[in-house]
Design a protein around this ligand. Structure first.
Ligand SMILES: [Zn+2]
Length: 297
């Protein structure tokens, strides 16, 4: 057997984007193909509002989650990737829904949609509640208070279902992580299952206070995160909005970064197991696997 020129490409390393969106009106499967071609194997796909209208009825959230599931199954069938679903009513929706429904009804709608999301996890259709959270911008005090109430309900539902919670909020520093950790502790939510998505600043485990960051896979955050033990994730938060090209990282980014790291130093392979295996196993309780180059659940 001639092994010359054979690159040592261990095919058992999963390559995971921990947070992205795909839209039926966007690139959809084609974007996932690009991730696969760059070496990607597993996607955590978060639901989103697909039309121009913010949901004001529970049925609209049910339809939204079903659209996300349809996209996930299409991606799996056409690309061979494994796709995990994250579902919840987008927290900012409450503000827009309050304009037509009134604040109390908007809070009620968020709660019912969160309960629906919890049932999706119980039924094995989704692996986490997300995005839950609060506005990343300043809002009127009554809206901020209502957002906190809803976030607390979301954490309680995720706690009772026993799944991770993926939080959308403003960028956090060490004090911000401490505050969020204290908030979650008051809801008796286990911190090891609390993920701050779209984290830009790399912090030490002490500064993170037990919360798991999902870092936006910029060059700096990727290099910085590798200096810390896990758990932490990498994500693109790809929005799949053709009207806003370049507004976010491309879906192939995590896979390209992983490939470059492996090419530059073979010993990086072990570090890549932090976001792609160790963090997923610690937070979600399952291991994304690859057998003979084929991603499996
Ligand atoms: Zn997102």
């Amino acid at each position: 057997m001639n092994l010359e020129g054979v690159v040592a490409e261990p095919s058992d390393l999963p390559v995971v984007d921990h947070h992205c969106h795909l839209s039926p009106d966007g690139e959809g499967v084609a974007a996932a193909q690009r991730f696969r071609a760059a070496g990607g194997t597993h996607l955590f796909l978060a639901t989103q509002q697909y039309g121009p209208k913010t949901p004001t009825r529970l049925e609209e959230y049910a339809a939204q989650f079903e659209t996300t599931e349809r996209i996930a199954r299409a991606v799996e069938a056409e690309t061979g990737l494994v796709v995990y679903l994250t579902v919840a009513p987008y927290p900012i929706d409450m503000i827009r829904a309050a304009e037509t429904l009134g604040l109390q009804a908007a809070v009620g709608l968020q709660r019912s949609a969160l309960e629906l999301a919890g049932r999706w996890v119980e039924e094995g259709k989704a692996v986490a509640l997300g995005e839950i959270g609060r506005p990343h911008f300043a809002v009127a005090p009554e809206l901020a208070e209502a957002s906190s109430e809803v976030l607390r309900s979301a954490l309680e539902i995720a706690r009772d279902v026993g799944c991770p919670a993926v939080v959308h909020c403003e960028e956090l520093d060490a004090a911000g992580y401490r505050e969020l950790a204290a908030f979650a502790a008051r809801a008796s939510f286990p911190l090891g299952k609390l993920v701050k998505h779209y984290a830009k600043t790399v912090l030490s485990p002490e500064e993170l206070g037990g919360i798991v960051p999902s870092y936006l896979a910029s060059r700096d955050a990727v290099a910085g995160s590798l200096r810390h033990p896990g758990p932490w994730f990498w994500e693109t938060d790809f929005l799949d909005d053709p009207k806003r090209p370049g507004a976010v990282l491309d879906l192939a980014t995590v896979a390209r970064r992983a490939k470059a790291l492996r090419a530059s130093a073979p010993e990086n392979l072990d570090l890549l197991r932090i976001p792609f295996e160790q963090a997923v196993e610690q937070v979600y309780g399952f291991l994304p696997t690859v057998r003979h180059g084929v991603p499996t659940r």
